[in-house]
Design a protein. Sequence first.
Length: 256
Amino acid sequence: MSDTEHEIEKKILVSPAEMEAVYNKLSKDAVDGKLKTKHRPRAYYDTKKHRLQEQKMALRVQYKDGVGYEQTLKYQVAGDDEAVMSRVEVKDVLGEKLQEPNLALIDDKEAKKRLEGLEGKKLRHIFTADVHRRYFSVPVVVAGEEVGIVELAFDKGAVTHAKDSDRRVKISEIEVELKSGDPAAVDIMCQKILDMAPGAELSAVSKAEFGYGLDDERRAEKQQKKAAKEAAKTAKKQLKDAARETPKRPNPNPGP
């Protein structure tokens, strides 16, 4: 059975230097002093025509110690704030050996509805998000009262195209996710971080969207090269046709 969670979070793009400053300051307030780290490269899959992306979904596979390979399907849900990433995560265990995603395992009703028509479609590995994460939870307090608890995730790494390792986007961001309490706690913490890091900015672009952007660029370049090749081929043919159609001029100096 699928494990389903609803996440509410915001993302802040930040330079590595400012990230360290924010981490060093806020980690002092970590709940129970627990500072965690993890490194789990995540391979993202979709159809050749990005049918999952069209349905505002992202599908990834990662390996977890003690669990094996796990697939996660994320889909967006409507929200009032465009900067807030309000998404549902649907997780299924694939096992120790199976590394390819299996859509048939998903039993979340909304996810299954969005997946209609994709049964049997071939999924391909499009990009990988390879990120080192440090994370911890902190209470958000206003006027002496706790509003909620948020998890702060400090991510550094890159999103790389599966077929072109030179095509990549560097990642340096902080994710603020609501763990309990009022959703306003996310906004309060984001503003606190932005005040601490003047060069930082809110972003609604997910790692998956960065990856899809890489694939879109690659496909556009391939199409341009193909069009240029076809244009050159057509021009060459036209020159040959023109040469055949041009009448030969008589020799002005005929021999005796």
